[in-house]
Design a protein around this ligand. Structure first.
Ligand code: SF4
Length: 422
């Protein structure tokens, strides 16, 4: 039985296009030279691809760039993975491409293009791609202060402790901070940094609808809130609050800062809890646990609903991190039960719960495989869909949609299973 036929039999509650997207997330596609050719114009994957033995070299090379994201004909997206044992393959078709399962054609597709603004310069010659802005699909992500203070919490005798989240690589204080002028334990970002990133986000050809503000965490939540307010004020002055749905992806801010952000035009908030179970939260997110605390985090999400309104607040989870490392859940069933309990608590309070896949991050196989199985991920998403329907709380597509969800399934489920009109 083919993988898709098996999924249809085992997961009838998952719409067929979502089963295909999920299957690609896990099974990937086999290598075809058209993937290397497409890298001439497509947004490239972060790691180049080693061409397998038996396949011809590409332009004389054994290692080549390949696209990062597949865009289906219906404009939904999925991360491209290349796996030699996949049942799927992408081949050129006419001016575009198509996905095949063996010889059966499944759908037309293309790849996400390099966005024109990423090759542009700001007025003073700074590359826009170095301003802290990035883009996937129709979502711009603005990270002008990437260094996270949880990596260097002051400890005894002048030594610092690392209380960063166990899965996190992107918050490490490194050279990105220098070029952006970020200083740890200091709220304000330099004017030049704000000017550059606002100029990049103002580029006429971003083709984005959402602008998501993120950054490294600060040890003082009042300071972190003040930093986001500073950023939002500049965006508002530049007229970007009207152009994009701007959401704040910070830590659990204090309510007065949420109110200031709302007044400046920020429309949504996403304070990521990362993992639901209290013991796992302490284990996986020691900084969030120490600085904010889980109870305060949950209360801040409820306050965010009071400020931003129903449908405008979410929290994201790193799906699989609760099953990895010393102290992890012993069974996938226990993880699934805990996650669905958490989702119920949140969704009943109008807080949307979003699961991204966690990919193993240790050793040479970094990023190779998600921790969840395909069936586990589908079961979780079927449960989430049922909870959203029970509460009549669809994913707000102004905030997050199938044009940008390349590793999540929630917006895809909601497209195919209609909600009751409000
Ligand atoms: S709060 Fe956690 S996930 Fe966020 S940047 Fe810091 S260590 Fe990374």
């Amino acid at each position: 039985m083919s993988l898709l036929a098996r999924l249809a039999a085992d997961h009838p509650k998952t719409p067929a296009p979502v089963r295909l997207k999920a299957a690609l997330l896990f099974a990937g596609v086999r290598y075809h030279p058209c993937l290397a050719e497409a890298a001439d114009w497509a947004f490239p994957a972060y790691w180049p691809h080693q061409i397998p033995p038996g396949e011809p070299s590409f332009r004389g090379k054994r290692v080549t760039d390949v696209p990062y994201l597949v865009v289906f004909d219906d404009e939904s997206q999925v991360r491209l993975r290349i796996k030699p044992d996949s049942p799927f393959i992408i081949r050129p078709e006419g001016e575009g491409y198509a996905l095949f399962d063996g010889e059966a054609r499944l759908t037309g597709l293309t790849f996400e293009r390099k966005h024109p603004w990423t090759n542009a310069l700001t007025a003073d010659g700074t590359p826009m791609k170095s301003t802290g802005l990035s883009q996937h699909g129709d979502m711009l992500v603005l990270n002008a202060a990437p260094g996270c203070e949880y990596f260097v919490v002051p400890g005894e005798e002048g030594r610092s402790k690392n209380l960063s989240c166990t899965f996190c690589l992107y918050g490490v204080p490194d050279q990105r901070m220098k070029s952006l002028g970020q200083e740890l334990f200091k709220v304000e970002l330099p004017d030049s940094t704000l000017n550059h990133v606002v100029e990049a986000a103002s580029h006429p050809e971003t083709h984005a609808r959402h602008l998501y503000l993120v950054g490294g965490s600060m040890l003082d939540m009042a300071q972190e809130g003040a930093r986001y307010v500073q950023l939002a004020r500049r965006l508002a002055e530049a007229g970007l609050m009207d152009r994009y749905y701007v959401a704040c992806g910070s830590g659990a801010l204090l309510k007065p800062h949420m109110e200031q952000l709302k007044a400046l035009g920020v429309k949504g908030a996403c304070f990521n809890l990362e993992v639901w179970d209290p013991a796992q939260f302490k284990r996986i997110c020691p900084g969030k646990d120490h600085v904010v605390g889980r109870d305060r985090w949950l209360r801040a999400l409820e306050e965010a609903v009071e400020v931003f309104g129903r449908g405008h607040v979410s929290t994201a989870f790193v799906g699989g991190v609760e099953l990895e490392g010393e102290g992890a859940f012993e069974s996938v069933e226990a993880a699934l039960q805990s996650n669905l309990e958490g989702a119920r608590w949140l969704i009943e309070r109008d807080i949307q719960a979003i699961w991204s896949l966690h990919w193993k991050v240790t050793g040479k196989n970094r990023g190779d495989e998600p921790v969840y199985s395909l069936d586990h991920f589908l079961k979780l998403n079927e449960g989430l869909s049922e909870l959203r329907h029970a509460a009549n709380l669809p994913i707000n597509t102004d905030f997050f949609c199938h044009h940008c969800a390349y590793m999540q399934l929630e917006p895809d489920f909601d497209r195919f299973i209609p909600f009751k009109p409000e």
